[in-house]
Design a protein around this ligand. Structure first.
Ligand code: PEP
Ligand code: MN
Length: 365
C-alpha cells in the first residue's frame, strides 16, 4: 500500500538539523542539578537538542516512573540558559497539554505508546491545530505498518514535521542487544517513505555502553539521519537505564570517531553495483530453489492426506534441524541463522500442506 504523508522540511535550529542530527540528554530528568549539569556540559560540547524523560514508561511497577511535571520547569531552564532545544516523551493528551504549556520544542512518542493506536490517536487529537515536531519511536514489535500508521495518524492531525526513531525491538530470547535492531524494519520504512528522516537510538538498542559506537556507525553507514544517545553527568548513579548512559565527554569522543562515508563516491558505487548484481542473481536462484522445494512439499502433503497422517512429524523436524545446522556449520554459517531460515521454510511448508489437505476436503464434499 502506498504511503502519502504531507511532510515539511525540519528547520528547528538551522545547523542542528543537518545530518547527523544529534540529540542527547539523560534517560530521565532526576533533579534540577543533574538536568542542568548534564545540559551545560552537552551545550559546551556543541549539542543543540536536549532530551530528558519526565514520565517514564517502566516495564515493572515500583521502578522510578519519572519526576513528573516539575521536570518541565527544569527543561524550560535548560532552554533559557543553554539555548538548546528540548524534547521529552508524551504518552497521552495530558502530557501533550503540559508540554505545550511548558514550551517544549519537540515531542516524542515512546515505543510502548506507538504500539497502541488508541494512545497514538489520543495524542494526535490533542495536537490538532498545533505546529510542533514529533518524533515517533518504532513500536516494540517489529511491525512497520503499525509504525507507518502512527505517522499517518499524526499527519492526519496536521503534524507535518515528523521524524522516526529506530530504537530496536523486544524479543523473547535475549540477544546481544537489549532491543534487537532488526535493521530491515527501518530500511523498509525508508523505502516506503523516503522523505522521512530516521534517527537511531543506540542506547535502547544496546542496553550497554560498549556497543554504542558500533551501532551508531552502522546507522551512519545505512545513511540514517542522526542519533539520539542517552547522556548523564554521572551515568553510574542514574535512576533509570544507568548501564547504557555515557557522559557528555564520552559522547563527544564517540561522535568524533564516527566515519561518514561518501554516498556519491563513484568508484565504490560502481563496484557496489557489480556486487549487488551478483546478489540479485543469487537471490533469484534461491527463490527458484524455494519454488522447487515447495512443489515437493505439496507432493508430500498429498501422501500424508492419503495415508491419514499428521502434517507435523516432530522426529523428522528434529532430524532436519540437527542435520541442517551441522551442514551449515561446515560452511561457516551460524546455528542461529540456519535455525531461523529453516524455521521459516518449515512454517511455509506446513502452510502449503494445510492448503493441500483443505483443498482435498473441499473436493470430497
Ligand atoms: C526513552 O527514550 O527513555 C524510552 C523510554 O525509550 P523507549 O520508548 O524506546 O523504550
Ligand atoms: Mn532510557
Amino acid at each position: 500500500m502506498g504511503v502519502k504523508l504531507e511532510l515539511e522540511q525540519l528547520d528547528l535550529c538551522g545547523e542542528c538539523m543537518k545530518r547527523p542530527i544529534i540529540i542527547a540528554g539523560p534517560c530521565s530528568a532526576e533533579t534540577e542539578e543533574q538536568v542542568m549539569a548534564t545540559a551545560k556540559d552537552l551545550a559546551n560540547n556543541g549539542i543543540r537538542i536536549y532530551r530528558a524523560g519526565i514520565w517514564k514508561p517502566r516495564t515493572r511497577p515500583n521502578a522510578f516512573e519519572g519526576i513528573g511535571s516539575i521536570g518541565l520547569e527544569w527543561l524550560g531552564k535548560v532552554k533559557k540558559e543553554t539555548g538548546m532545544q528540548t524534547t521529552t516523551e508524551v504518552a497521552n493528551a495530558k502530557h501533550v497539554e503540559e508540554c505545550l504549556k511548558a514550551g517544549i520544542d519537540i515531542l516524542w512518542i515512546g515505543a510502548r505508546t506507538s504500539a497502541n493506536p488508541f494512545a497514538v490517536q489520543e495524542i494526535a487529537d490533542a495536537l490538532k491545530g498545533v505546529d510542533i515536531p514529533v518524533m515517533i519511536k518504532n513500536p516494540v514489535n517489529p511491525d512497520v505498518e503499525l509504525w507507518i500508521g502512527a505517522f499517518e495518524r499524526l499527519n492526519n492531525a496536521g503534524i507535518k514535521r515528523l521524524i522516526a526513531i529506530h530504537r530496536g525491538f523486544s524479543v523473547y530470547d535475549k540477544t546481544l542487544f537489549r532491543n534487537d535492531p532488526q535493521w530491515q524494519v527501518p530500511i523498509e520504512l525508508r523505502r516506503r517513505i523516503p522523505e522521512l528522516k530516521i534517527i537511531t537510538d543506540p542506547s535502547h538498542i544496546c542496553g550497554n555502553r560498549h556497543m554504542l559506537y558500533n551501532v551508531s556507525q552502522k546507522a551512519m553507514d545505512l545513511n540514517f539521519d542522526g542519533l539520539i544517545i542517552e547522556t548523564h553527568n554521572t551515568p553510574d548513579l542514574a535512576w533509570s537505564d544507568a548501564s547504557q548512559q555515557i557522559t557528555p565527554d564520552e559522547l563527544l569522543t564517540l561522535l568524533k570517531r564516527l566515519i561518514f562515508r561518501d554516498e556519491g563516491d563513484l568508484k565504490s558505487m560502481i563496484s557496489l553495483a557489480e556486487l549487488r548484481e551478483q546478489i540479485d542473481k543469487l537471490d533469484d536462484k534461491l527463490i527458484q530453489i524455494f519454488e522447487k522445494r515447495m512443489k515437493v512439499v505439496e507432493e508430500i502433503g498429498k501422501h500424508k492426506k492419503e495415508s491419514n497422517i499428521t502434517i507435523l512429524q516432530s522426529q523428522r523436524w528434529d532430524d532436519i534441524v540437527k542435520n541442517r545446522i551441522s551442514l551449515g556449520s561446515r560452511k561457516g554459517l551460524s546455528e542461529e541463522f540456519i535455525l531461523k531460515v529453516f524455521q521459516a521454510i518449515h512454517q511455509e511448508s506446513i502452510n502449503k500442506q494445510t492448503l493441500v489437505m483443505n483443498r482435498n476436503q473441499d473436493e470430497e464434499k
